[in-house]
Design a protein. Structure first.
Length: 142
C-alpha cells in the first residue's frame, strides 16, 4: 500500500472567543468560551468540541480498519469521545478523555480486542499517549 499523506492548516483569531477557519474554507466557526470556564457561553463552538469531533471520527475509522483486518462486522458501530479540560492557569491545564465504542452484535472479548487495536492504530491516540488521562469503554450492547 502506498504511503498516505494529508496536510491541513487552521487559523484562529481572537483565541477562545474568536473564530477558527481552515485554509481551504471548509470549516469556519465562531468560538465561545463555556460558562464553566468563566466565559459567557454563547452559540459558538469551542476547541474541546472540535477536538472531540475530530478524535471520534479518526478513532472510529481506526476501529473499522482493525475490525476489517480481523473480519469483525462493525457496520452498526459508533464511537463517542468526551473531552474534559481541567486545572488552573497556575498549575496548568490537562485533558481527560473518555472514548466509548458501541459494537452491536460483537462479543465482549472480540470488541475489547478491536477497541484496544484501534487505540494503538489511531494517530490521535498515538500523538497523545501519556499526555492525558484516558478511559476506554466498550459499551455493553444490552
Amino acid at each position: 500500500m502506498a504511503a498516505l499523506s494529508y496536510t491541513t492548516t487552521a487559523t484562529a483569531w481572537g483565541g477562545r472567543m474568536g473564530r477558527v477557519a481552515t485554509s481551504d474554507g471548509t470549516l469556519d466557526y465562531q468560538l465561545s468560551m463555556p460558562e464553566s470556564m468563566g466565559g459567557e457561553g454563547g452559540e459558538g463552538t469551542n476547541p474541546e468540541q472540535l477536538f472531540a469531533a475530530g478524535y471520534a471520527a479518526c478513532f472510529h475509522n481506526a476501529l473499522r480498519s482493525v475490525a476489517r483486518k480481523e473480519k469483525v462486522d462493525v457496520t452498526d458501530s459508533a464511537v463517542s469521545v468526551t473531552v474534559q479540560i481541567g486545572g488552573t492557569a497556575t498549575d496548568g491545564f490537562r485533558l481527560a478523555i473518555t472514548i466509548e465504542a458501541e459494537m452491536p452484535g460483537v462479543d465482549r472479548e472480540t470488541g475489547q480486542r478491536v477497541l484496544d487495536g484501534a487505540h494503538g492504530r489511531c494517530p490521535y491516540s498515538r500523538a497523545l499517549a501519556g499526555n492525558h488521562d484516558l478511559t476506554l469503554v466498550l459499551v455493553d450492547p444490552s
